[in-house]
Design a protein around this ligand. Structure first.
Ligand code: ADP
Ligand code: MG
Length: 240
């Protein structure tokens, strides 16, 4: 589903991603961990075309991101992203937040988009909030709307960049539960998170990034219980 080869990204002289090669299979859940500044967000932003790679190749669902402009537009439709900050449109209702993409970008009718949005709000557990404004919702509810909004575009891949880091602790579980359901439904997911419990339970594979490289990767048990690299051990000893 995702193939990344020799991805390099620099901002001016500052090389943020040195040389990243990663394959993600359909329906796989890959969790990325690593210290702040290691390039995790930049990597995700490259995967959905928000950042242009300095060199290397990215292919998602058969579209080469580093190729033609038409492919970039197609990839943006097929890759959903959920950020740490919920990024909802604050002047729009929950319903309008979810239907605007399908109507404006996919050309769906309002009726069709509304029906899908209702289904997605049920899926994320807040069907009664369709007419609320984002500011009337808790952080956990807003993040679930953000997930529903991304899913409304019927993406083939979902990227999550620390989706629970900005939440009060009591709301973390409800968002992780929605993500776990998505994984169980077979969504291909790349998740940057510090939630090691989620990584262990839901992740098929864990990548540890440091200094712009994937330093170590393996099953959650491999990486958490038997880290091979000193840098992984040092990181885990601080977060576990
Ligand atoms: P992480 O998500 O692992 O904390 P980031 O990908 O956000 O790491 O950042 C990695 C490095 O890239 C940081 O040093 C950050 O300052 C730098 N960086 C990220 N985005 C930009 C940008 N648009 N311009 C310049 N430097 C950037
Ligand atoms: Mg980040």
């Amino acid at each position: 589903m995702i193939s990344v080869k020799n991805l390099r990204k620099q901002f001016g002289e500052h090389v943020v991603l040195q040389d990243i090669s990663v394959e993600v299979a359909a329906q796989e859940v890959v969790v990325i961990i690593g210290p702040s500044g290691s390039g995790k967000s930049t990597f995700l932003r490259c995967l959905n075309g928000l950042e242009k790679p300095s060199s290397g190749h990215i292919v998602i669902a058969g579209h080469e991101l580093t190729g033609h402009k038409a492919d970039l537009i197609e990839i943006r439709k097929q890759v959903g992203m959920v950020f740490q900050r919920f990024n909802l449109f604050h002047h729009l209702s929950v319903m309008d937040n979810i239907t605007i993409g399908p109507i404006k970008v996919l050309g769906k009718s309002k009726a069709e988009a509304t029906e899908l949005a209702e289904e997605l709000l049920r899926k994320v557990g807040i069907p009664e909030k369709a007419n609320a404004m984002p500011d009337q919702l808790s952080g956990g509810q807003q993040q679930r709307v953000a997930i529903a909004r991304a899913l409304a575009m019927k993406p083939k891949v979902m990227l999550f960049d620390e989706p629970t880091s900005a939440l009060d602790p009591e709301m973390v579980g409800e968002v992780l539960a929605v993500m776990k359901d998505l994984a169980r439904d077979g969504m291909t997911m790349v998740v940057v998170t510090h939630e090691m419990g989620f990584a262990r339970e839901v992740g098929d594979r864990v990548l540890f990034m440091d200094g712009g490289y994937v330093v170590e990767e393996g099953t959650p048990a491999d990486v958490f219980d038997h880290p091979q690299q000193e840098r992984t051990r040092a990181f885990l000893s601080k977060v576990l």
